[in-house]
Ligand binder design. Structure first.
Ligand code: PBG
Length: 323
């Protein structure tokens, strides 16, 4: 059909018309809000590298979780900052570790909120690596055994979903086995399946105090130039027992999100990471763009690309706008 029979502007002419033909719908249901916890009580300490983000203690994390739930956001993702680090990251599976305590308190305060826990060693090891270092290298299989212990301790504390972010081979298999063996048949796994070695984790590494003390993460996180490999990673995690798979970061990898959604009929999460969040905040602070509008545009892009679940530091702000 040609002009003037076809005029594309007819369906853009009013807000009602635009709402009527809007293809991608966002709601608070799409979001997961990350929470950072450390030891103590009554804590709400601003995080210098991340605007409007705080360290909570287990008790204040529970109150924050209540607010998140009241905004209609269905889930939180809990990260911990241990009291002390060691060579194996043993605080990660300590029964009274900070994540374990926070999970218990959040579940007690808001049972209906889905609690997801990040499973990794990087915030807990002296090396800052996501795995155990042996002879200067990251040892895959012994790391998987420890990650399974971490996952089990989170499930015991009441976590609904375990989210391994380390990128070791076979870790989903090890974790699923440990959960099944110990009766946690209903604890789900959200695997950080296609996780890239990205510079966009910069602000997060400040928060988690988890920058590697030597080398980088390129021997386990993916090369940003590759997309076929992401499909292979996702396929393996599904076979090993992941219930949800993930692409991370989101914005520089929208094509990977789209390919994953087309290829696998499977729940797909995307992580709108710390650097993506701060990039936008910094531009807004410099007064060069409208933060709310840019935030919504980015969230629409991630959803439109194919993500079913968006993990984002914008979750609360966006949920308020969508109310
Ligand atoms: C831990 C982990 C990281 C992030 C989530 N889990 C950092 C990393 O791999 O270096 C990044 C989150 C963000 O940047 O928002 N492995």
């Amino acid at each position: 059909m040609e002009f003037p029979k076809k005029r594309m502007r007819r369906l853009r002419i009013s807000d009602g018309m635009r709402r009527l033909v809007r293809q991608t719908k966002l709601s608070a249901d799409d979001f997961v809000y990350p929470l950072f916890v450390k030891d103590g009580s009554g804590l709400k300490e601003p995080i210098s590298s991340m605007d409007d983000c705080f360290y909570f203690s287990p008790d204040t994390a529970a109150s924050e979780a209540m607010e998140v739930a009241s905004l209609g956001v269905p889930a939180v993702l809990v990260f911990g900052q241990p009291v002390k680090k060691d060579s194996t990251g043993s605080q990660a599976w300590a029964e009274n570790g900070v994540v374990q305590q926070a999970v218990e308190q959040i579940k007690r305060a808001v049972p209906e909120l889905v609690v997801i826990t990040d499973v990794c060693l990087c915030a807990y090891t002296e090396s800052g690596h996501c795995g155990v270092v042996k002879d200067g290298k990251i040892d895959n299989d012994s790391t998987c055994e420890l990650l399974a212990k971490v996952a089990l301790s989170h499930a015991q504390a009441g976590a609904d979903i375990i989210a391994p972010s380390d990128m070791m081979d076979g870790r989903v298999y090890y974790i699923r086995e440990a959960l099944e063996k110990n009766g946690f048949h209903e604890t789900a796994i959200m695997a950080y399946s296609a996780k890239y070695a990205s510079s966009f984790y910069g602000p997060f590494r400040d928060i988690a105090d988890s920058a590697p003390s030597f080398g980088d993460r390129k021997s386990y996180q993916m090369d940003p130039a590759n997309a076929d490999e992401a499909m292979a990673e996702i396929a393996l995690d599904i076979e090993e027992g992941a219930d949800i798979v993930m692409v991370k970061p989101a914005l520089a990898f929208l094509d990977v999100i789209r390919r994953a959604k087309e290829r696998f009929d499977y729940p797909l999460a995307a992580y709108n990471v710390s650097g993506e969040y701060m990039m936008l905040n910094a531009a807004a602070k410099a007064d060069v763009l409208d933060k709310d509008a840019a935030m919504m545009e980015v969230l629409y892009a991630i959803k439109r690309a194919g993500a079913d679940i968006i993990i984002t530091y914008f979750a609360k702000q966006a949920a308020k706008l969508l109310k």
